[in-house]
Design a protein around this ligand. Sequence first.
Ligand SMILES: [Zn+2]
Ligand SMILES: [Zn+2]
Length: 547
Amino acid sequence: MAAAPLYCVCRQPYDVSRFMIECDICKDWFHGSCVQVEEHQAVDIDVYHCPNCDDVLGPSLMKKRNNWHRHDYTEPNDGTKPVQAGTSVFVKELQNRAFASGEDILLRMRGEQVTQRYLERHGFHYPIAVTEMEGLGLKLPPTTFSVKDVEEYVGGDKVIDVIDVARQADSKMKLSEFIKYYTKPHRPKVLNLISLEFSDTKMSKLVEVPDVAQRMSWVENYWPDDSFFPKPFVQKYCLMGVKDSYTDFHIDFGGTSVWYHVLWGEKIFYLIKPTLDNLALYEAWSSSPNQSEVFFGDKVDKCYKCVVPQGTTLLIPTGWIHAVLTSQDCMAFGGNFLHNLNIGMQLRCYEMERRLKTPDLFKFPYFEAICWYVAKNLLETLKELREDGCPPPNYLVDGVKALIGALKTWLKREPSSEVPDNIRPNHLIKELTKEIPKYDLPICREHPTSPSTEEAIQGMLSMAGLLCSKTENVASSQEPWWPSPSQHLQLEKRDCEQHRLQGNKSLIDSQGNSSSKRPKKGMATAKQRLGKILKLSRQNRVFVQHS
Ligand SMILES: [Zn+2]
Ligand SMILES: [Zn+2]
C-alpha cells in the first residue's frame, strides 16, 4: 500500500481544511500556519520562497502596488478604471457623499417601548433606533470589554472568516491571529470580522438578545428539539471591525430582521427601503458584472445615512437594503431573526437569493425546513383563533397566503429535500388553505356592517398591518409604501392631543407619545381615527375595496 504523500516542513499528509501555499522554487506545498503566511497575505506574494529555499534565494518577492482604487492593486493607474467598493479611495469618497438623513426614516424609541405587541400593532417596516436600552432585555458585556476578552471567551483557535475590505474578499484565519492583527499599532490592511457566531461558546452567557427578537424569532418559537436538521445558529454575532471597514449593499440572509448594538466605536448604516422598485434595482445590480464599480446608493431614489454611535441599538426590519461603514474601530453585537410580521417579504428575499445563486454559506440555514415548521404551527394558531371567534390579524392572513404559495412552489421543485419527515406537505397545504378564505373579507376592514367600538379600535390599531398587506399586493412600478415613521408618530401625537383636550392625561407619556396605552372607549375618537387612516391610505394610493 502506497503511503500518502507528505508535505510542508511538518511532513504531514494533505488536509483539505487547512490553507496551503506552493513554493515557486521547490514546488512543495506548505501550511500557512507552519510558515507564518496567512491566507489573506498570500495574495500579496508574487514569488513565494519557502523556509528551505529562502536560505539560498532570500525572501519571497512581493507584488508591487500601482493603485489605491482597485481590488487588484497591481492594475495600472492610468485613469481608465473606475473606483471599486471597499478600496481606500472608495471609503474617502463615501465619507464625502451626500445622503438623505436617517432621521427621516428612523423610529426613535426607548427600550421599554420596543415590544412584540407594539410591532404587531404598528408593523415592523422602519428601522428602530434605541439609545436608552433599559427595558429592551438586551444584556451585554461592559464597554471595557476588549477584543482580547473575546479571544479569551471564544478561544483563539476558532477559525473565522474575515473580509479583506480593499479586495472585498473572504479568507479564513484563526481568531488569535486576527486579534494579533487588531491590536498591532500598524495594520497593513483593513480586515473586518462580521460572521463570528458565538452561541456555542463561553461568551454566549455574556449576551442576551433583545426580548423582542427572542420572542418573535421563528427559530426560538417553532424549531423542534427533535428536528432532523441542525438548529440554525444566527442569534448572536460579535462584530469586530477596524476603522474604514466597509460592507457593500446587501439584504440580510433569508430576509431576516436584524438587531445591532454598538458596544464601542461607531458604525454608519446606509439604508434603502425595500420597495418593489428598489428590490428590482437591487437584484439587477447584484447580478451585474461591474457591481463593485457602481455605488448602489446612487441607483435608488433615496438612500438614508444613519450614524450609530456607541451605546445605540438599531433594529432593521425585513428586506432593507443596507451598506455599513465602520467609521471608528468598533465592537458590535448583533443577531438575525425571522418572524411572522413580514412573511411575504422574507419569502421574496429568499427567492431573490435563489435567483442570484447565493452560495449556501451566505444563506439562512434550512430556510425551507423552518418554513414547513412555521406552516404547521400557524395552522394550529389559525384553528385556535377560529375556535375562539377571533379574526386573525391581517399580517398573519397575508403571511400565510404567501407561505402557501411558496410551499407549493418548493414542492414542485426538484428535489424538495427540506420537507421535515413528520410533515405531510400536501395535507398541510390543504389544511392551511382551508383556514384562510373564511377571513378574507376586506370589505369589513373599512365598512363594518355592525361596528362595535372594539372592532373599530382593532381596525385602526391594525392600520400599519392593513396598509402593509394591501400595498404588498400592488405590483405597479409606482407601488405605494408604508406611511413614514414621522406620519405614523404625528398621527399618534394628534390622537394624544385630542385626549389631552378631553382631559385624559393618563394616555400621554413624557414624550407626548401614546406609547402602549390606548383609549378603550369612545366611538367618536375611533371614527376620527379611522377617517385619518383612510385619508392616509389614499395618500399612499392604497386601494381599499368597497362593498
Ligand atoms: Zn505544516
Ligand atoms: Zn521551496
